[in-house]
Design a protein around this ligand. Structure first.
Ligand SMILES: C[S@@+](CC[C@H](N)C(=O)[O-])C[C@H]1O[C@@H](n2cnc3c(N)ncnc32)[C@H](O)[C@@H]1O
Length: 186
């Protein structure tokens, strides 16, 4: 990571320490593993919650998700500004990702939701509500991919959903990518 990019991350961390809650952005390895959980062949929007400086966004683009399919929801103002400059063709909204539905175009299908939010900072009821709504808004069976530094799942999986995890050692601190999926509705 360049010194300039790390400086931008540190500025965001200082302005919103509890919201950012990480010493560095995700490493390229971690970003690629997160993006690798998204199937570019599934139609619809890919929504990224808490994109920070855009390292996972970049990996999603490299994975083959076209710019017009991406929607980013970022609370920290300096990160939202940075993301708009870095990805001019991507829709960037500054706001609360817990309320993600209000940033989605009405009726647009969603293919996957990817989150770098510091979920463990939120009350359990908010986490459970976010996961449930994130899966329910998807038509093709839901996919919610969550980055976490904890060894425990950030949300206990509910009935009717599956959970898998990928540990990622090549990151500081070591992380887990939690992949929640729900079956295709009949
Ligand atoms: C741990 S950083 C992850 C950044 C990036 N995804 C990465 O992997 O490096 C958490 C990000 O979530 C954002 N964030 C925290 N709470 C949020 C909320 N309620 N709505 C939107 N973004 C939020 C922070 O501003 C920060 O950019």
């Amino acid at each position: 990571m360049s010194a300039v990019a790390y400086g931008e991350f540190l500025r965001g961390l200082i302005s919103n320490p509890r919201g950012v809650s990480a010493p560095t952005p995700s490493s390229p390895t971690l970003s690629r593993i997160i993006a690798g959980q998204v199937d570019p062949g599934v139609d619809g929007l890919v929504v990224e919650l808490g994109p920070g400086t855009g390292v996972v966004t970049q990996a999603l683009l490299e994975r083959g998700i076209a710019s017009h399919r991406l929607i980013l929801i970022e609370q920290t103002e300096s990160f939202a500004r940075l993301l708009r400059g870095r990805f001019p063709a991507v829709r960037v909204h500054q706001g609360d990702a817990l309320d993600f539905e209000r940033f989605l175009p009405q009726g647009a299908p969603v293919a996957a939701i990817v989150s770098g939010l510091p979920l463990l900072q939120f009350p359990l009821a908010d986490r459970q509500s976010l996961l449930r709504r994130a899966l329910e808004c998807q038509e093709h069976g839901g996919r919610f991919v969550q980055l976490s530094y904890s060894w425990r799942p950030p949300v206990p999986p509910g009935s009717g959903m599956n959970l898998s995890k990928t540990p990622v050692w090549r990151n500081f601190p070591p992380a887990h990518v939690w992949n929640y999926t729900a079956p295709v509705p009949r």
